[in-house]
Design a binder for this molecule. Sequence first.
Ligand SMILES: Nc1ncnc2c1ncn2[C@@H]1O[C@H](COP(=O)(O)OP(=O)(O)O)[C@@H](O)[C@H]1O
Ligand SMILES: [Mg+2]
Length: 79
Amino acid sequence: MAAYKGGVGKTTIASELAYVMGAVLLDLDWDRGNATRAWGYRTEQRASAPLLDAIEAGRTPRPLVGKRKADLVPCHEDF
Ligand SMILES: Nc1ncnc2c1ncn2[C@@H]1O[C@H](COP(=O)(O)OP(=O)(O)O)[C@@H](O)[C@H]1O
Ligand SMILES: [Mg+2]
């Protein structure tokens, strides 16, 4: 999901669509209203950054398992 305009439902649609399709929610949009925080993931409570680590290592990130929500590759402020 991508659009320049804010507040049009990108985060909501991406999160819901990933869940109903059984797909992975890959969050590439860092801001305080992002899908990662809505999912319940707090970067400030984590020592690693799965997305950044995967990019730097050239490997596929392993998604976090979601319960009644999509599996997630979380974003990070440094992305
Ligand atoms: N289909 C919808 N109907 C009503 N409100 C919606 C809908 N989709 C999103 N919203 C609400 O609109 C606001 C912005 O949605 P959000 O998904 O954060 O947009 P974006 O990611 O494009 O900035 C949120 O408060 C969200 O709950
Ligand atoms: Mg958003």
